[in-house]
Design a protein around this ligand. Sequence first.
Ligand SMILES: [Zn+2]
Ligand SMILES: [Zn+2]
Length: 409
Amino acid sequence: MKIKFLGGADVVGRMGIFLRHRDANLLLEYGMRPSKPPQYPMPSPPVDYAFLSHCHLDHSGMVPWLCKRYDTEIVATSSTMAITRVLLEDALKVADSEGYPRPFENTDIKMALRNFTTMEFGETVDVAGFEVEMHSAGHIPGAAMYELRGDDVTLFTGDINTRNTQLVWGAHPVKCDNLIIEATYAGRTHPNRTKTEKRFLEKIEEVVHRGGKAIIPCFAVGRTQEVMLILKNEKYDMWVDGMGRTITRLYLDQPEYLRSEKNLRIAKSRFKEVRTPAGRERAKKGEVIVTTGGMLDGGPVMEYLKDLKDDRKSAILLTGYQVEGSNGRQLIETGMIDIYGVKEKIKCEVEAFDLSAHSDHNELIAFIRACSPRNVVLCHSENREILAKELEGEFNVYLPKPGEEFELG
Ligand SMILES: [Zn+2]
Ligand SMILES: [Zn+2]
């Protein structure tokens, strides 16, 4: 089996892994990096099938481009399909509003959706001389790992989380010969999750008690729902704003991917939804506001920041990784933030909580050992060398560069 990374080898984002097996061409993921400007993977050669691990744009964002050119068949869970659609349509709106060229059109999204074949965990399909089985990746609901059984067994993890979260159960290892695994958190460890959730709830109580508002910027897919679940037993005046509302509904439409449908329904019922500008004004008078975007690079969160940035009683509680160059990272490092093009000093409290949906360094190592592969390919990471060092001697470790073709197995 020949492999070539078209993107996402040594960076987080714009994934694309081209596979050649018995004269068939396959692709694992085809994404984009929704940065400013957006970054794209190398153009893919013609492929018959593409397997998508999950809906996040860094894995799915260029699927319409692929289907338009090659009429590629896309394999994914039905949850991935439903949410990918929402994210692709939003990506075009963002491109238009930021003035970037569109990589594809709305009609291409519609066409691409017709090319999806959905599969569920535990199901298998015969493709290109492989028997392919899908497993849960534990990253977000509907996120999949693919086990490709041919002469060798190859496991591709997509983004994985091995520990249980409120939203989804953690991933289990799969015995394989070749393991292609993400290493986002190489070299970093997460603090104890239970303690982090406790500290998060205590901070919210402190902010509300002193008369402030807790603004909780969240990614729409996964994090918004995870935070709502953490808050489901609280009695505050709680609001949810942004695309996360739509995603919650889509998750509840397909409850088989959730750890607990009941809990997500309870969580949803505890929050009031912002649907209009007037609703947003009411939300600003509330106590807890969960809103997109997670890295403060746009979305309704800006409306809340504009009004509450000087209120020392209020707090911005970040819940996700703040990528280099993002507004959120700037806030953590300098206390400054760009609000509609103007750099402003933030006077309200700022605190970050690690509610990550990725396995950390030690969890990755434990997972890799439990899969007992011969070959380990590390990708989707800026620090994968740190992990490689620890694995060397035990496994054949590959750190492929984008564009470099190599033989695996
Ligand atoms: Zn992801
Ligand atoms: Zn990812």
